[in-house]
Structures are given as C-alpha cells and as structure tokens.
Unconditional design. Structure first.
Length: 118
C-alpha cells in the first residue's frame, strides 16, 4: 500500500518512509534497438518511482571555449532490486547517470542513488 500526504512531502509504503519534497522520476536504459538492430539513444523506462532529490555538489569545468557543469545529486527511493548503475534517471527533463546504488547496511527499505548529470 503506497500513500502520499497532501503537498507531496511524505511517502510511505509497507517498508519505506521518505521525507522531503518528492517528485516522480523515470529510471531506465539509455539505448534501445530499432527493427534493424541499430542502437538508438532513447530512455527506455524500467520504472517510474517517487523520489527525494538533493543536489550534493556542483563543479564547473572550463573546457577551452565552453564551460561544463558537472553536478552530483542524490535520489532516495523505496527499495527496488532491479536498479543498477547501468541505468539512468530522468528528473525534470535532465538525464543523470547512476554512479552508485547504496543499500543501507543491507536493509531492504530504501535505496540511496548517487548520480551525475549526463
């Protein structure tokens, strides 16, 4: 049973409790194949979940003519066994590459996902 309180600030399930402002995020693979076997760069959703989002750091890197922002973020979601570091997360139209999936001491309640902007 999944419930959300008014204002989308609390998520509870049978095993998980996430606090803070929550948003829907898409988790999936970045490549798919067309009918000819060609690889296409698109998001193929594995799951759409509620997540707590927090920016951990922002680092600007100057690359000659342009400036690139490298952003590390944290997503916290209810436990899922099918989330891997090969997946990406789409949050507010931006793709984030998953760099680490942390299961706190092996408990199957929440997942903390660390990601960088793609």
């Amino acid at each position: 049973m999944i419930t959300r309180s008014p204002g989308c600030t609390r998520f509870t399930s049978a095993k998980s409790t996430l606090s803070g402002p929550l948003s829907k995020v898409n988790v999936g693979n970045t490549y798919s194949s067309d009918k000819y076997g060609n690889r296409l760069k698109t998001l193929v959703p594995v799951a759409t979940v509620w997540a707590y989002f927090r920016q951990l750091s922002g680092k600007e890197i100057e690359t000659g003519i342009s400036t690139k922002t490298n952003e590390t973020v944290l997503f916290q979601i209810g436990y899922r066994a099918d989330i891997k570091t090969t997946h990406v997360i789409r949050y507010k139209g931006v793709l984030y590459d998953i760099t680490r999936v942390d299961v706190f001491e092996g408990y199957k309640t929440d997942l903390t996902i660390y990601a960088k902007s793609a």
